[in-house]
Every structure is written in structure tokens, then in C-alpha cells.
Design a binder for this molecule. Structure first.
Ligand code: ZN
Ligand code: ZN
Length: 362
């Protein structure tokens, strides 16, 4: 049985996303069909349409989602019909060198793929799905390792956010940077991921959490997430951070934008021996310039954090438990509840730097 579903589709490079009907593929061995109930609008979706990435088209957008399992294929062992699941855009093969050496987020089989062929448009053209998911759709057909069970009591919108923004942000703090109690933390860029970094840093016991954005309108969101102070991005950022960290600079800086200018700003605002963690995904031709002497004498660490350097199979259920227990608050991340047709307007809000997450509810 194949299903015909509505989805948010980009027909070709440079074209605006539109609602189109899709023919889902027949479910194969090891696959599951999921009815999407919530899907967050993430910056990586915008990167698929604004020229940052060059995925194949036609392309179904969306990769941060949760839903209900409708059908399971032959040999599926990890999900059953009726299960509530969050989607995982970096499913681990568990066989490659990275998976067998404790780094499933770098899985050689599935990592770095912008879009996979899956289903077709009604005129028979093969469709591609963002990060193997294409979650701005009423239903998806995905491999069983791309779904992770979540408790039924968890609302759909927070369940969706666990699959990208929350895992990415909390993992950057806990797994990549390992922020310790009492440390000072600077977070640049306050979208869904940046605000998750702020919340996780605070939960880790960071003493000072300075949250920075170009948009003054992010102040209330930053404070709700646990920032001790909000700063509007400016040329004077490094100085402003130093005056708040006894003249040294921050122990940790998290760059959640994905631009050379903000990576350099994060670098300059970090103390000698401090750590800069790049969480934002930038362009391949946006070069970061640092002097050889500065790299040596500053003694800083510059690293990236991919999907929170996490094993989603273990950490998404743990984050879900934290949300239900009230030890991790993510409700403030959802600023707009929208329908599929409102996704283009959500991209506009994101481009203007307004709000945190828009979540499509189906
Ligand atoms: Zn995302
Ligand atoms: Zn692997």
C-alpha cells in the first residue's frame, strides 16, 4: 500500500517551497512508515533553499520531527505500530569504523548526505528527502534506525525538537565542550540550537552565561533559557565579554551561526586556554582567518560539534526523560505553532532573526 501525502517541496534551485502531493514509496524490509505529528523549522532546512547547500531537487524539506508509527516492514525489530517516535537524521549503521569506535555521529555510511531519493512527485519525477527524512510531510517512509521511541506522555512539539535543536545544543555542551560547574560560557546566535546551548550550559552549572544575538528581540528568549545576561552583537563583543569575566574572556564560546565572522568573534572573546565550539553549519567557501602566532600563543581549542557528538539512540530517550521530569525545560523554544503551508513564512521570520522555533503541527 503506498500513500499519497501533502508535503513542503522545493522544485528546483532558487524556487520557493510549495505544498505538493507526493507518492510515498512502498515500505520495504527494515523500513517504517511514520505519520508526522510535529516538525520543527530548522536553519538547515533554510540552508537547503538559500544556496548554502546544493541538494538535489525536487526536494522535500524537514528533518526535525516526531510522529506515530503506522506500518513496519519485514524484519523491523526496533519499532512497532502505534509507537511514538522522534526522527534521527544521522542514523548509525553500527558497522563502520566510526560507529564501532564510539563516534556514531560521524557514521561513514550515512554522514554528510544532504538528501536521499525517496518517493516521487505525482508526475513521476523521483523526489529527494532532506537528510534522509523529508519530514515536512504528512507521512514519511524511513529506515528503522532513523526512528527512536519516545514516551507517549511527551507532547509532539518538544518530541520533534529533541531530534535536532535540543540534541545538537545539549550535546555540544555536555559531550563536545564538557562545560563544568562554575565556568563562564558565551553563546553566539540564539535560534533553536543556540537557546538549547544556553539552557544546557545553565543546567551544567555554568556561572556566567552570556547570550549574544544581532536581534534585540531575542533578549526575553535568552533569559527564559537561562542566560545570565543578553548582549547585542557588536564589534565591541570581545571587550564586553572580558569586562564580565575578570578581564580574561570566556572559558567557553559556542558559535551557533555558521559564519567566519562569528567564529572569529567567538575566538577573540574566549580566554587564553579556552575552548571554542562551532555548532553552526556554514558555507564551504567562507574562510576563517586566524594567525599562526595567535593559534599557538592563545592556547585555545577550536572544535566543531556535529549533531551534539551524541549517540541519539541513547541520548534522545534520556533527554525525553529529563523533559518529563522537569529537569530540562524546552517549551520556551517553541515560539510559533504553524501548518505546512506556513513554512515559507517561518523561513522569512528565521531570516529576519525573529522568534526561536516554528513547529508545524499536523
Ligand atoms: Zn536541524
Ligand atoms: Zn556507521
Amino acid at each position: 500500500m503506498t500513500a499519497r501525502v501533502n508535503a513542503v517541496v522545493v522544485r528546483a534551485a532558487g524556487e520557493a517551497p510549495e505544498i505538493a502531493e507526493l507518492q510515498l514509496p512502498e515500505i520495504g524490509p527494515g523500513q517504517v512508515r511514520v505519520r508526522i505529528r510535529a516538525a520543527g523549522v530548522c536553519h538547515s532546512d533554510l540552508s537547503m533553499v538559500n544556496g548554502t547547500l546544493r541538494p538535489p531537487y525536487p526536494l522535500v524539506l524537514g528533518h526535525e520531527a516526531a510522529g506515530e508509527v503506522l506500518e513496519v516492514g519485514q524484519g523491523v525489530t526496533t519499532a512497532a505500530v502505534g509507537d511514538h517516535v522522534a526522527l534521527n537524521w544521522q542514523p548509525a549503521c553500527r558497522m563502520c569504523w566510526f560507529c564501532t569506535h564510539g563516534q556514531p555521529w560521524l557514521c561513514a555510511t550515512t554522514s554528510g548526505i544532504a538528501a536521499l531519493e525517496n518517493g516521487s512527485t505525482l508526475d513521476g519525477v523521483p523526489a529527494h528527502v532532506t537528510l534522509g527524512l523529508g519530514a515536512f510531510a504528512e507521512q514519511v517512509v524511513v529506515p528503522q534506525n532513523a526512528v527512536i521511541g519516545v514516551p507517549r506522555e511527551l507532547d509532539w512539539a518538544p518530541a520533534a525538537l529533541l531530534g535536532c535543536a535540543v540534541l545538537t545544543g545539549t550535546g555540544a555542551v555536555r559531550n563536545a565542550a564538557r562545560v563544568a560547574a562554575g565556568e563562564s560560557v558565551l553563546v553566539i546566535g540564539l535560534g533553536g540550537v543556540g537557546l538549547s546551548v544556553v539552557a544546557a550550559a545553565r543546567a551544567a552549572g555554568a556561572g556566567t552565561v552570556l547570550a549574544v544575538d544581532v536581534s534585540e528581540s531575542k533578549k526575553a528568549l535568552a533569559e527564559a533559557a537561562g542566560a545570565t545576561e543578553f548582549l547585542v552583537a557588536s564589534e565591541a563583543l570581545s571587550k564586553e565579554v572580558r569586562t564580565r569575566t575578570e578581564g580574561r574572556g570566556a572559558d567557553h564560546a559556542f558559535e551557533c551561526v555558521g559564519r567566519s565572522a562569528t567564529i572569529r568573534a567567538a575566538w577573540r572573546a574566549t580566554r587564553r586556554g579556552g575552548q571554542v565550539t562551532v555548532v553552526g553549519m556554514g558555507r564551504h567557501d567562507d574562510m576563517v582567518e586566524l594567525s599562526a602566532l595567535d593559534i599557538f600563543s592563545s592556547a585555545r581549542t577550536l572544535r566543531s560539534s556535529v549533531y551534539g557528538n551524541a549517540d541519539p539512540d541513547a541520548e534522545i530517550p534520556a533527554l525525553a526523560a529529563d523533559v518529563l521530569a522537569g529537569t530540562l525545560s524546552i517549551d520556551h523554544l517553541v515560539t510559533d505553532r504553524i501548518g505546512l503551508a506556513d513554512v515559507p513564512a517561518a523561513f522569512d521570520r528565521m531570516s529576519r532573526g525573529e522568534g526561536a522555533r516554528s513547529v508545524v503541527l499536523l
